[in-house]
Design a protein around this ligand. Structure first.
Ligand code: GLY
Length: 263
């Protein structure tokens, strides 16, 4: 069991009713809050089914995107970094998360400068990849690199493809040296040296999955990706994501996954 794929804990946050006003690149209509919450409950159940302890925080109505807790922090076994989201409307979400993570870590490290959203940070078995994006800037990535180097990690900057919200919108870790990725991201070369399973054409949104303990949590509706992962030996749990997708959200965005020092 590797710390990049196996976790004792996760934190999620119940979608607020205000999620109807969440950020989105293209407006395809507001999410249905009842359906969004039902999908969220199924997601939490899938995480718990792996044996992890999952804390579900109360909705934060002042922050329409606050269900996407991943963007607020980077959690590693050695410590947690409270990030500064690039989206101004989301910065208060990180402040809300700090005291929650302090309960697990004792103290947390704030990002001292720049902007990073957790959706742009992929921890693999050998390094941390940070995608520069509209939400994550070079100053933030350099500051994050300094912090995690003190914990023994190498952080490498990459480019998030244009018109893609976050780096992990286009890829996810399946095993310490194996990724699921869109052809567009794989073609940039930033994943060279890893085994890469490319999502079939037309199923690009399936690239935002998570490996969580013995399961791969995959958005529902991508049968060829599910079949590919099944054939590769992964245990796949499919979770509805139609409503969160209206806010450009996916499987990784909905949780912070970690094993705290005392966990
Ligand atoms: N709606 C999620 C985000 O744009 O951050």
């Amino acid at each position: 069991m590797h710390p990049s794929t196996h976790f004792t804990h996760a934190i999620c946050r119940t979608p607020p009713a205000s999620a109807v006003r969440g950020l989105r690149a293209v407006d395809t209509g507001a999410p249905d809050i009842a359906l969004l919450r039902a999908d969220h409950e199924a997601y939490v159940a899938a995480l718990r089914a792996t044996g992890a302890r999952v804390e579900v925080l109360a909705p934060a109505e002042d922050f329409p995107d606050s269900l996407f807790v991943e963007d607020t922090a980077l959690c590693l076994p050695q410590g947690a970094v409270i990030l500064t989201p690039g989206a101004p409307s989301r910065r208060g979400e990180a402040e809300l998360m700090a005291p929650v993570l302090e309960r697990f870590y004792g103290e947390v490290t704030p990002l001292p400068r720049g902007h990073v959203e957790g959706g742009d940070v992929l921890v693999t078995g050998r390094e941390i990849l940070a995608g520069l994006s509209a939400r994550t800037d070079r100053a933030g990535v350099l500051a994050l690199a300094e912090i995690v180097s003190g914990w023994g990690y190498t952080l490498r900057a990459a480019e998030t493809p244009p018109d893609v919200l976050h780096f992990k919108t286009a890829c996810s870790l399946l095993a310490p040296e194996t990724l699921l990725a869109t052809r567009q991201l794989a073609a940039t070369g930033c994943l060279a040296g890893y085994e890469v399973l490319e999502v079939p054409a037309g199923e690009e949104a399936a690239a935002n999955a998570i490996r969580f303990n013995d399961a791969v949590i995959l958005p529902a509706g991508f049968p060829r990706t599910a079949e590919m992962l099944d054939k590769a030996g992964y245990t796949v749990a499919e979770i509805g994501n139609e409503q969160a997708a209206k806010l450009d959200g996916g499987m990784s965005c909905l949780s912070l996954r970690f094993s705290p020092p005392a966990g």
